[in-house]
Write a protein that binds this ligand. Structure first.
Ligand code: PSV
Ligand code: MN
Length: 403
């Protein structure tokens, strides 16, 4: 590290040691942090009003993988990329896997897309028409097979299924239809594969969604089997919902399987992680810190970049995640425990604030450097010439569309 950054790290490490923090242990946990980035985060996206295309946007899944590899090269903690089918459909998945591996990556969660075809107007796995449910199930089975071919152990499911008006369909019948389709996909998964169910309270359906909240997702997982777990997307809650509490409940039930990190101000805004409510992110990690040692949780980013530079935005989300995680690791658990037991309400709260107020940036920069990433990943990316090079090679990419 440059001497200024090196000095900042020394000062921080000393003050943490004086607070009784095991700095080595914190650094070790930070080195093993993992975050998956989504292929679709590198493509053009927008709102229903306009998609603003960016120069150099990837034209195919291979180029998305290349961009994801760049994020991993600079941060050191993003060795996998999630794919969305059919957006990332290729002729030869072995080739995609090999290409990713050559760049030091692997393919992570496989996300079936059951929301962009005419047949799905009234739903996919909950559709009243058995032929549409069959089609949806076949797509799930196809994705189990793709996951096998790319060496992924995660089938990550989100359904746009729901109704728009009271009376439109039977809640219970829809639930049973979903269970039947998902059971078939679940049975087709190899032992090593897990199924993640992502809930969302509204949009695109505006009266009810079939997996509207953590309870709906959890009970469906319980019906399916042990390898079905809940995925929490931070943008998929009604305003004011206490997400860290949901996290603790799912952990206690042993059914928290994954995250889609992003941030929002109003609805499912898909903004950069930690951009609007970094304190919430910290509190979520506070719940996760102990549990994650004994559970497998897949941490993924699910965000869209409508006006900001995509690779830089992804890097910023990753460094925000590193910093939140680092702060959560600094919580003095013993002091917290004692304050809780003795009814010291403000003492407990201030223990969290002490950790949250620590400037952990020098620590994260040091860890990134230790694992081969960059001290300042965004500056390094900007100096690398990658953006200019791909802008020239790829021109305007594929144009509008979530592909
Ligand atoms: C739905 O809003 C969602 O969060 C799901 O994870 C999708 O797969 C993803 O966005 C991409 O549209
Ligand atoms: Mn999501």
């Amino acid at each position: 590290m440059e001497s200024t950054e090196g000095r900042a790290y020394e000062v921080l490490a000393e003050s943490l040691a004086a607070r009784g923090v095991g700095v080595d242990r914190v650094e070790q946990r930070l080195r093993s942090q993992r975050v998956e980035t989504p292929s679709w985060g590198y493509g053009n996206s927008g709102t229903r009003f306009k998609v603003f295309p960016q120069p150099g946007v990837p034209r195919d899944p291979f180029e998305k993988v290349a961009d994801a590899a760049e994020v991993h090269r600079l941060t050191g903690i993003c060795p996998s990329v999630a794919i969305h089918i059919p957006w990332d459909r290729v002729e030869d998945y072995g080739e995609l896997k090999g290409y990713a591996e050559d760049l030091g990556l692997r393919v992570g969660a496989v996300n079936p897309n059951l929301f962009q075809e005419e047949n799905y107007k009234l739903g996919s796995v909950c559709n009243p028409d058995p032929a549409v449910r069959r089609k949806a199930t076949e797509h799930l089975l196809e994705c189990v097979e793709i996951a096998r071919e790319v060496g992924s152990e995660v089938l990550s499911l989100w359904f746009a299924d729901g109704t728009n008006y009271p009376g439109q369909d039977s809640f219970v019948e829809r639930r049973h239809r979903m269970q039947e389709c998902l059971s078939e996909a679940y049975e087709a998964m190899p032992e090593s594969m897990r199924m993640l169910l992502e809930y969302k309270p509204f949009e695109p359906a505006f009266y009810h969604t079939d997996l509207s909240d953590w309870g709906a997702a959890l009970t469906m997982c319980q019906r399916l089997g042990e390898r079905a777990e809940v995925l929490v997307d931070l943008g998929h809650h009604l305003q004011g919902t206490n997400i860290e509490h949901i996290v603790s409940l799912l952990l206690d039930e042993g059914r928290l399987g994954g995250f889609h990190f992003n941030n929002r101000k109003y609805a499912d805004d898909d903004l950069l992680v930690g951009s609007v409510n970094p304190f919430e992110l910290f509190l979520i990690y506070v719940e996760l810190i102990e549990a994650e040692e004994s559970t497998r949780i897949d941490y993924m980013i699910d965000q869209a970049h409508n006006v900001e530079a995509k690779i830089e935005a992804m890097i910023l989300s990753v460094t925000n995640l590193q910093e939140s995680y680092a702060k959560a690791l600094l919580v003095d658990r013993q002091a917290l425990d004692e304050a809780r037991r003795s009814g010291d309400v403000l003492g407990a709260h201030r223990t969290l604030l002490d950790a949250y107020a620590t400037d952990v940036r020098p620590l994260c920069a040091k860890v990134r450097q230790d694992i081969g990433g960059a001290v300042d990943p965004i500056a390094t990316f900007e100096q690398s010439g990658y953006a200019e090079r791909v802008a020239e090679e790829r021109a305007e990419g594929v144009g509008a569309g979530w592909r």
